[in-house]
Design a protein around this ligand. Structure first.
Ligand code: DOR
Length: 441
């Protein structure tokens, strides 16, 4: 990482909840070396007047589909979508084909990502009913162990108590991330509702609040019993927020939620159909309000996208055959800038939930803060520039967004990896690639 990049007179969003201020920031040889007033600037100088500088966004939950499902996305296209959305680091899920369930599959993902990904990358290891001991083969190579407690896209599922105990009790320091939906409840709901002709608006009935709550409760109990670090992925209910709020924060259990759950509610099924179908589901508006309250009061640690691309042809199948999931890595930051522009949260909170929060949860030392000594992963945004989101402008191979037609205020204008611009004004730059993330577990 050689070279120097300086932003002059830019609005800087500092860490730790402090308010933004106008200053300079310099990155040299990949690291932030000065913040505030830069007296000596060599290399490229960017006039930041009227613009805002945030730490590069960390998306801690994406599905980039490689290997095996690359007609939907691959590590390169997914990472380009990330970089264009101001995301400089991502953590990728194991439900690929084959799934990432042994050391060879993890090494294969690293080999595929190196020299191709346009953002820094980390990978989850997938839990199976029988691979609990295998985590010791991949410690240091993966960000976390992903446990699908309820079935979703792909074949991964661990719902048997003994198998869950084997994973939680393994004694590893690698955090466990759960897809918290209770498989037994899900099957009961399916049986109970099978006589009815369901459409996508019934998705939140099939995967109801109890389905999520039961699994989250079970995962928290396991984490407490075995004192194993737990992260609850994509919280979707007011009830889970309350459970975690009552439990209090002790660093053992962390959680995230998604923009889909804040910006959509169950009425949107009538407009968007199966485009909006995902697991866990988008629910009634009061859940979204409770999730936002959970972010605002610090019960929820961070945001992710659960970027889960499927083609529009696949999504056009009838409910029951259409796959669950929607893309989002490219729209996370614009949407949250939009939310802050409309007074739903502050810019500082956006940085907390999208940068500092995920860095803390996943032990990404050197990431997520605009501070001397931190990595020079940054995103420069124009907080006033509005843009109408359109399917055809998306970089994801699936080429659509559930937010098509929305005009959002807040647009990334430059994304840099360790001080090297990877996207400028939406245009991908040559020969700038991400690196494997290092986890401080
Ligand atoms: O809706 C979802 N889609 N939820 C998941 O848990 C997986 C994801 C996918 O991979 O498509």
């Amino acid at each position: 990482m050689s070279g120097s990049l300086t932003f002059r007179e830019v609005e800087i969003v500092p860490p730790g909840g402090a308010p933004p201020y106008i200053g300079d920031l310099r990155i040299e040889d990949g690291l932030i070396t000065a913040v505030g007033l830069v007296d000596r600037a060599a290399g490229e100088i960017i006039d930041g007047r009227g613009l805002t500088l945030l730490p590069g966004v960390i998306d801690p939950q994406v599905h980039f589909r490689e290997p095996g499902l690359t007609h939907k996305e691959d590590l390169e296209t997914g990472s380009i979508a990330a970089a264009r959305g101001g995301v400089t680091s991502f953590l990728e899920m194991p439900n690929t084909s084959p799934p990432t369930i042994d050391r060879a599959a993890v090494l294969d993902k690293h080999a595929r990502a190196t020299g191709r990904c346009r953002a820094h990358f980390g990978f989850f290891f997938g839990a199976t009913p029988t691979n609990a001991a295998a985590i010791d083969d991949v410690t240091g190579l993966v960000c976390g162990l992903k446990v699908f407690m309820g079935s979703s896209t792909g074949t991964l599922l661990v719902d048997d108590q003994a198998a869950l105990e084997a994973h939680f009790g393994q004694g590893s320091r690698v955090p466990i991330a759960v897809h918290a939906e209770d498989e037994t409840r899900l099957r009961q709901n399916k049986a109970r509702l099978s006589a009815l002709s369901l459409d996508v608006s019934s998705h939140p009935l099939l995967r109801d609040v109890e389905t999520a709550l039961l699994a989250t409760r079970r995962a928290v109990a396991l984490a407490e019993r075995f004192q194993r670090r737990l992260h609850v992925l994509h919280l979707s209910t007011a009830d889970e927020v309350e459970l975690l709020r009552q439990r209090g924060r002790d660093g053992l259990v962390t959680s995230e939620t998604l923009p889909q759950f804040l910006f959509f509610d169950s009425r949107d099924y009538f407009r968007l159909g199966t485009r909006l179908q995902m697991n866990p589901p988008v629910r009634e508006a009061h859940h979204g309000e409770a999730l936002m309250a959970g972010l605002l009061d610090g019960t929820i640690d961070c945001m992710a996208t659960d970027h889960a691309p499927h083609t529009l042809d696949e999504k056009a199948r009838p409910y029951g055959e259409a796959p669950s999931g929607m893309p989002g890595v490219e729209t996370l930051l614009p949407l949250m800038l939009h939310a802050s522009a409309h007074g739903h949260c502050s810019l500082t909170q956006v940085a907390l939930w999208l940068c500092e929060g995920p860095a803390r949860v996943w032990g990404l030392s050197g990431k997520g803060r605009l501070e001397v000594g931190y990595d020079g992963d940054v995103v420069l945004v124009d907080r006033r520039r509005a843009r109408t989101l359109r399917d055809e402008d998306m970089s994801s191979r699936c080429r659509w967004t559930p937010f098509a037609g929305w005009t959002v205020v807040g647009t990334p204008v430059l994304t840099a990896l360790r001080g090297r611009p990877v996207v400028r004004d939406g245009v991908l730059q040559e020969a700038v690639f991400g690196e494997a993330l290092i986890f401080d577990h």
